[in-house]
Design a protein around this ligand. Structure first.
Ligand SMILES: [Zn+2]
Length: 419
């Protein structure tokens, strides 16, 4: 039988016996482990829910890694270690979802079942976790456990195709028992495990399988119910492109909508990686909306507005399109918000209101600094003409020099470096 306690004990034992770290058992924690990044004896991990190993030299080192990545052998072989039984025909799927994905089985009961996929080349079977897409259980997506297909894929679609020849076009997978009510916020993500991860973080989420699948059947079914559709596709080029397309379609039918962008996938993984790393909280989601506002802004001024709301700086530099701009929230914006620009008795306007946004955009001082793309090269250094790269991110210009490879953050004088 699987149980979380057994798995936790297994991980703690494996870490204690791992010569790479040389951990000491200290009550609720393992401590004094050797950090693979800075080599200091500063590594620690909690014994309950030991999913994340961290270096305690926080400001200096910042190393953290999942035990899932450090001890991959403990996160495989589910079919062998937890075979299905007469009492529990879903035992392998349960173990995989609880151990490997850290999902609470109580929350996803009834959403899946254990099945098997047959490799037609070898004739071998592989256990799968199957999620049906319709009530009739005619179409499904399944995740292979322990094995992958010849092409490296671990996912499989199957069942009867729809009349349009597709398995899921226009549709989504929804967790068992989830209801969409008036005023709900519904997150639309790509993968089923992403939706389940967000569900664990308190969101109502559905999976559309692919960034280019606009779930029109679901949306038509719940139109005019005051639902806010949150497009939360993967933060990579295709996901970003289709976020814009989906929002266009939702605006065209007057549905409330927003985009949430997780940090770039290459840096921190997708929604279920973030869930396992314990990152999904309100503050994190707020940043996802902010990141998306900057990305979705339809003009440099609109981008500046969202940047200002978040950072409250009166003067800053931002890139937009292929150009760089400087902004100043000067007296004109202040006067407009104070009501001085209106006829008669002007009343103060909340900058967060629609009117406040319009006034900010109208009166913010904007200067185009450069028409170049945000990557520029220039020679730096006296003896060798080294190429240096300037990166522009949210108002901070960074110079990366070729010799050290390190990034020196500095505020650079704006125009002279860009000439
Ligand atoms: Zn360290």
């Amino acid at each position: 039988m699987y149980s979380q306690e057994i798995q936790e004990a297994e991980i703690v034992d494996a870490l204690l016996n791992d010569r790479r770290f040389d951990f000491k058992d200290k009550g609720e924690y393992l401590r004094k482990g050797i950090c693979p990044s800075c080599n200091k004896k500063e590594l620690f991990v909690r014994k309950r829910q030991p999913w994340q190993v961290k270096c305690s030299r926080e400001g200096n080192c910042q190393y953290e890694e999942t035990t899932r990545n450090l001890l991959p052998e403990l996160f495989t072989n589910y079919s062998e270690r937890f075979p299905k039984t007469k009492e529990n025909p879903h035992a392998t799927a349960d173990a995989y979802l609880a151990h490997n994905r850290h999902f609470d089985l109580g929350k996803i009961k009834g959403s899946y079942q254990q099945e098997a996929w047959r490799d037609t080349d070898t004739g071998e079977y592989c256990d799968t976790i199957r999620f049906y897409l319709d009530d009739k259980k005619s179409r499904y997506w399944e995740r292979l456990i322990d094995k992958s297909k010849g092409n490296g894929q671990r996912a499989n679609f199957g069942g009867q195709r729809k009349e349009d020849g597709s398995v899921y076009r226009g549709d989504v997978w929804m967790p068992a028992g989830m209801k969409i009510a008036k005023g709900d916020q519904i997150w639309i993500v790509e993968g089923i495990f992403h939706a389940i991860a967000l569900m664990h973080a308190g969101k109502k989420a559905v999976a559309a399988f692919s960034c280019n699948n606009f779930p029109e059947n679901l949306i038509n079914q719940h139109k005019k119910k005051d639902v806010t559709w949150v497009i939360a596709l993967d933060n990579e080029p295709a996901g970003r492109k289709y976020s814009k397309k989906h929002i266009q379609k939702l605006k065209a039918i007057n549905e409330a909508c927003a985009v949430a962008l997780a940090p770039p996938e290459k840096d921190s993984g997708d929604w279920d990686d973030l869930y396992r790393a314990g990152k999904l909280n309100d503050k994190f989601f707020e940043l996802c909306f902010y990141r998306a506002q900057l990305f979705m802004a339809e003009s440099p001024e609109e981008k500046a507005y969202f940047y200002y709301l978040h950072n409250q700086r009166r003067q800053f530099v931002l890139d937009y399109g292929n150009a760089i701009y400087s902004f100043k929230k000067g007296a004109e914006v202040d006067d407009a918000l104070a009501g001085d620009k209106k006829e008669g008795d002007g009343e103060a306007v909340d900058i967060k209101s629609n009117e406040g946004k319009e006034l900010f955009i109208k009166y913010v001082e904007i200067d185009r600094i450069s028409n170049c793309t945000p990557r520029v090269s220039l020679s730096a250094g006296r003896r060798h003409s080294r190429r240096a790269e300037i990166r522009i991110s949210s108002g901070l210009l960074q110079r990366r020099t070729g010799r050290t490879g390190g990034v020196r953050r500095q505020q650079l004088g704006k125009p002279q470096l860009l000439q």
